[in-house]
Design a protein around this ligand. Structure first.
Ligand code: NAP
Length: 291
């Protein structure tokens, strides 16, 4: 389907995309660039990319599909670096966890070529990062959210849908605002709570001892606290307004439960736990149907 993928950011998400696209027979050649030459070199040694590019611009040269898989805060600088070689025929996608800031950057930089850009967020990945964790199966069976804007070229949008479906993903479309509100609630807030919880425990006098006693519930609850600090710093700041709206709601829910515990209101506590427990038992990952 494509001649050449220009991959900018040969880490977990970008490397996995390149491996999956090659395995699906959807691209002939992958040219990659990462900030550190050692990452790009490793990506080539692992067979994730075929050719190392010395700059983002040269990674895009001759590409008919481009993937930005860099931290969201690097989007604008990356687009500026490649904009002289962007054409209207080129499909450009990203994988950023936030969408409004990425789209604002793309509008500012790409201007007349904004139609080439299809904003994407694959609901895949993990607390690991780096090309060494790249996996051709990372996207298989996962959801990908596309947040096109009014100027997105419909043909590029269709191509993007076919690419992700070709990797075994279910594609959903959302408004960028709707995306950022939803993921503030179900991704960014849980990460914030996991980071805060770890720090709250380890910051108390016997915290380290307590941690050594923790079991599977704690392990499951805090898995995401091991995520990459720079990547999550960017995400939490990029979506700060939606995130702070969610922290307010969470604080209210926490205070309600604290009051019930203080007053020993066992019936109310049980009702709230039952509500949460039923909701969690019925929840299925990725159950939203494409609209
Ligand atoms: P990662 O494994 O750390 O990879 C990021 C890559 O980007 C690294 O190779 C890094 O290069 C490169 N990079 C950083 N700044 C750059 C720049 N200015 N120019 C070129 N390359 C640059 O992180 P990741 O997990 O793949 O995350 C990439 C994106 O995916 C982020 O926007 C994140 O929000 C999004 N995302 C992540 C997940 C997840 O679970 N991990 C899920 C969904 C979406 P060096 O190695 O040289 O530093």
């Amino acid at each position: 389907m494509f001649e050449q993928l220009g991959l900018i950011g040969c880490g977990l998400m970008g490397g996995s995309f390149a491996l999956a696209l090659k395995r699906a027979g959807l691209v002939k050649r992958v040219v990659g660039y990462s900030k550190s030459p050692s990452t790009t070199e490793r990506a080539r040694a692992m067979g994730v990319i075929d050719v190392e590019a010395p700059s983002a611009l040269l990674a895009v040269s001759g590409a008919d599909i481009v993937l930005l898989a860099v931290p969201v805060s690097a989007t604008e600088a990356t687009l500026k670096a490649i904009k002289h070689l962007v054409t209207n025929d080129m499909l450009i996608m990203d994988v950023g966890s936030t969408k409004r800031d990425v789209i604002d950057s793309a509008r500012r930089v790409l201007r007349d070529h904004i139609g080439s850009f299809v904003p994407c967020h694959p609901i895949a990945g993990s607390e690991t990062s780096g090309v060494e964790n790249a996996d051709a199966d990372l996207y298989t069976g996962k959801q990908v959210i596309l947040t096109p804007i009014d100027k997105t070229n419909p043909q590029h949008l269709q191509k993007a849908v076919r690419v992700w479906e070709g990797l075994g993903c279910t594609v959903l479309r959302m408004q960028p605002e709707e995306h950022d509100s939803a993921y503030a609630a179900v991704s960014h807030l849980p990460h914030l709570i996991a980071f805060a919880l770890m720090n709250a425990i380890v910051g108390q006098p016997h915290g380290k001892d307590y941690l050594s006693l923790a079991g599977p519930g704690f392990r499951d609850f805090t898995r995401i606290a091991a995520s990459d600090p720079k990547m999550w710093r960017d995400i939490l700041l990029a979506n700060r307004h939606e995130l702070l709206a969610q922290t307010q709601l969470f604080r209210q829910a926490l205070q309600t439960m604290e009051q019930m515990i203080e007053t020993g209101n066992s019936e109310a506590i049980e009702t709230l736990i039952a509500h949460a427990s039923d909701t969690r038992a019925q929840w299925r990952m990725g159950s939203k149907k494409p609209s």
